[in-house]
Design a protein around this ligand. Sequence first.
Ligand code: GSH
Length: 202
Amino acid sequence: MKQQNFDIITHVLCPYVQRSIITLEEKNISYTRTDIDLAKKTAWFEQKSPMGKVPVLLVDEKHTLFESAIICEYLDEITPGSLHPVDSLEKAYHRAWIEFGSSILSKIASLYNAKEASHFQAIHTEIQNKFRFIERELSGSSFYSGERFHLIDAVYGPIFRYFDVFDTFTKLDTFEALPKCLLWRNALKKRRSVQKAVPKDY
Ligand SMILES: N[C@@H](CCC(=O)N[C@@H](CS)C(=O)NCC(=O)O)C(=O)O
């Protein structure tokens, strides 16, 4: 890889940021990180981020890449040892379930914004149903497809992290009847790149 300079514009809590950081870490790419306050977007940020969202990857201070899925795939492609499967159908599967992961993130946002217990319960059931689908896909190994870490694992690490936080407040038992999801969750929690994606006081 030709030496490039990467700065990633981030927010400390954002799960889409985390998947980009995990990819940078997994691919041993040097980077700097600029945390911003999304409640006080500056003109500099508005100019850099066409969608007004993080993450944004600045490449050599002149190229601006946005959308976490695109950022992760770009970082993966410019470095040796792809984090995607070689087989096209398998790769398509990974991409499809990555998209599914983003749909879980939307539900999680609804969950923590729920104003009533009944609404919270209903959304939690929807989330559990989504994980039931995933349970059927998993083989019961550490990661999504075996013992090797892939881009899809970078996406689900931040998703499972939410449940670590929820579990400190209330007993949700989201994965109680989903042993393969639980195994995956625990393996991701131990992964260094996943741990490094958030500050210590996350
Ligand atoms: N599809 C985007 C989603 C990114 C996203 O939603 N980022 C949130 C923070 S987690 C954001 O920047 N929100 C600010 C806003 O919408 O104004 C991606 O994958 O990068």
